[in-house]
Design a protein around this ligand. Structure first.
Ligand code: SF4
Length: 483
C-alpha cells in the first residue's frame, strides 16, 4: 500500500480525511470547492512560472504510474542532471507501506551519494508567503524518502516562497515530527481504524467530505459543532466523560476551568454554548438592559461589506446598504471596480456615500472592513478628516453579538447567525471565496453574469448584517431569543 505526500499532507490536517481518501465511499464526496480549484490552478501557474526561469529535466512517465516515475527519476539522478522537475521518489516505509514523495524540484549539490560525488536536495515551490508547518513537514518527508533513494542524507530541504524567496527547513526539528506522523498514519491505514468526525472551520471548509462528515456530526450532535470546542478541549471533555451536549450543558464551569484549556472564561462559554444548543435559543452572556441604550440606532444607517481579491491585494467592491428608517426606504450602493485600476475611484465613491449622512452608523461584521478602510486611506493618501472620524461610526456586530449573547449556532460567522435567524442567500452555499473566483472569471471572460453573481451575493451579505442588527437590538431589550 502507498503512503504518498498527499495522504500525509491531509493526515496532518485531519486524520479522518486521510482515512476517507483511502477507504471512503467516493459517492459521498462533494465536488472540489471552486475556491480550492482556483488555488490549485494558481499554484500550478506559479510553479510553472518559477521553473520557466531555470534549466531542468523532467522524467517521462504516464500520469499516475508512480513506479515508472520513480524509475525515470532515478535514472536522471544517476546521470547527474542539475535539476529535476516533478520527479517521483519511492522507498520502503513502516507496516509494509511504500512511501512515495513528489518534490517539485530535486537540485544537484556536491557531496557523496550512491550516484557518485553528488547528491540531491528537495525543494517545493509554494504560492504562499509563509513557511507553514505543513509545508515544512512535507519538505522533511521528501528529504526522508530521498535519503533512502540516494543513500545519503540531504543536508537541507528548501521551500521557494512567493515574494519571500528561499526558506531553509530545519530538518533536525522537522524530521522527527514527520517520522512520528508517518508511523501514526501507516498504523491507522494498516488497522483500518476510522477516526471520529471532528468538524472545524479549518480544514473542513475546503474538504470534499464536508457534507458527509457534517451530516454525521449533526446526527450525533457532536460537540465539535459547538463554537469553542477545539480538538484539545474535546480530549479533556472525553476524559471527563462529557461527550454529549446534555452532559456538557449540565457540567460545572468551576470544574472545567481548573484545566488550562478552559481558563479565562472558556469553561463558562462552552457550558453556556451547550445550554443554548440544548434549548435551541439565544442566552444572555451579560445583563443586557444596562447596555441596550448604548447600542447604536439612528434614522439613517449603513450596512457595509467589502469583497476583495487577496492575491491581487485589491478591493473590488464596497457594498453599502442604506436604510432610512424615517422615510422607510432602503437603497443598495454597489460600488464596483470593473477593472483593478478602478479601486481608487470606488474608494472615493464610498467616502461620498457614507459622508452624505455624517451621523449614520456604519454596521459591519468583523474587523476586516475597518482594517481595509485604514489600508485604502493610506494607499490613496486620503486626508485624515475624510476617514479618521469615520472609524468612530463603525459598529462591529460580531463583537457586539459575541460579547452579549450565546447562540445555538455552529459558528459566529455571519452566515451561521443569519441562517439561524432564517435568512437565505440567493446564491445558496456560496461564500467569499466564490466571489474571488467570480471576479477572476469576470476579468478573464468579460461575462457580466459573474459581476451580477458578485453583486447579489454582496447585497445579501449586507441584508444579512441588517437582519442580525435588528435581531440584536431586540435581544438587548430582552425580547426575541428564538431564531
Ligand atoms: S470534513 Fe473535516 S472531519 Fe471530515 S474528513 Fe474533511 S477535514 Fe476531516
Amino acid at each position: 500500500m502507498l503512503l504518498t505526500t498527499e495522504v500525509l499532507f491531509h493526515f496532518q490536517r485531519c486524520r479522518r480525511r486521510a482515512f476517507l481518501d483511502s477507504f471512503g465511499d467516493t459517492n459521498q464526496r462533494d465536488p472540489e470547492p471552486e475556491f480550492l480549484l482556483k488555488l490549485q490552478k494558481d499554484s500550478r501557474a506559479h510553479r510553472q512560472a518559477t521553473v520557466a526561469t531555470m534549466t531542468y529535466c523532467q522524467p517521462n512517465f504516464s500520469p499516475g504510474d508512480w513506479a515508472a516515475g520513480a524509475a525515470a527519476t532515478l535514472e536522471l539522478m544517476r546521470l547527474g542532471v542539475e535539476r529535476i522537475y516533478m520527479g517521483v521518489l519511492a522507498a520502503s516505509g513502516p507496516e509494509g507501506f511504500t512511501l512515495v514523495s513528489c518534490p517539485d524540484l530535486l537540485v544537484k549539490q556536491p557531496g557523496e551519494s550512491a550516484f557518485g560525488d553528488w547528491l540531491y536536495v528537495p525543494a517545493d515551490i509554494r504560492l504562499g508567503r509563509r513557511p507553514k508547518l505543513d509545508y515544512q513537514i512535507m519538505a522533511a518527508f521528501h528529504a526522508f524518502v530521498l535519503e533512502s533513494v540516494q543513500e545519503a542524507s540531504p543536508p537541507t530541504a528548501a521551500l521557494l516562497l512567493r515574494e519571500k524567496g528561499t526558506y531553509w527547513v530545519n530538518l533536525a526539528t522537522r524530521l522527527p515530527q514527520m517520522q512520528q506522523l508517518v508511523r501514526e498514519c501507516a498504523e491507522m491505514l494498516h488497522r483500518h481504524s476510522e477516526p471520529e468526525v471532528f468538524i472545524s472551520r479549518h480544514p473542513c471548509s475546503l474538504c470534499h467530505w464536508v457534507s458527509s462528515c457534517s451530516s454525521i456530526a449533526r446526527a450525533n450532535k457532536h460537540l465539535s459543532l459547538l463554537p469553542g470546542v477545539t480538538h484539545s478541549r474535546y480530549e479533556k471533555l472525553q476524559a471527563l466523560n462529557l461527550t454529549s451536549v446534555e452532559a456538557l450543558a449540565g457540567a460545572e464551569p468551576e470544574v472545567l476551568e481548573q484545566m488550562p484549556e478552559f481558563a479565562g472564561g472558556v469553561a463558562q462559554q462552552v457550558v453556556l454554548q451547550a445550554q443554548a444548543a440544548l434549548q435551541n435559543r439565544a442566552l444572555s452572556k451579560i445583563e443586557t438592559a444596562p447596555i441596550a441604550g448604548t447600542f447604536p440606532t439612528a434614522p439613517v444607517e449603513f450596512y457595509f461589506d467589502i469583497e476583495a481579491q487577496p492575491e491581487l491585494d485589491l478591493v473590488f467592491l464596497h457594498g453599502v446598504l442604506e436604510i432610512d428608517r424615517h422615510a422607510n426606504t432602503e437603497r443598495f450602493h454597489p460600488l464596483l471596480a470593473k477593472q483593478p485600476s478602478d479601486e481608487g475611484a470606488i474608494w472615493e465613491k464610498f467616502l461620498d456615500v457614507v459622508w452624505a449622512h455624517p451621523d449614520a452608523p456604519v454596521f459591519h461584521f468583523c474587523d476586516y472592513e475597518v482594517q481595509t478602510v485604514k489600508q485604502l486611506a493610506k494607499r490613496y493618501g486620503t486626508p485624515a478628516h475624510l476617514w479618521l472620524p469615520l472609524l468612530s461610526r463603525f459598529v462591529d456586530l460580531h463583537e457586539w453579538v459575541t460579547r452579549t449573547a450565546v447562540l445555538p449556532v455552529d459558528s459566529y460567522a455571519l452566515k451561521s447567525i443569519a441562517r439561524w435567524l432564517g435568512f437565505q442567500w440567493r446564491a445558496g452555499a456560496a461564500n467569499g471565496g466564490h466571489c474571488v473566483v467570480w471576479y477572476d472569471q469576470w476579468l478573464e471572460t468579460g461575462n457580466p453574469f459573474f459581476l451580477e453573481a458578485i453583486l447579489s451575493y454582496n447585497e445579501d451579505d449586507c441584508r444579512a448584517t441588517h437582519l442580525v442588527k435588528d435581531w440584536l437590538a431586540s435581544f438587548l431589550l430582552g425580547v426575541g431569543t428564538e431564531g
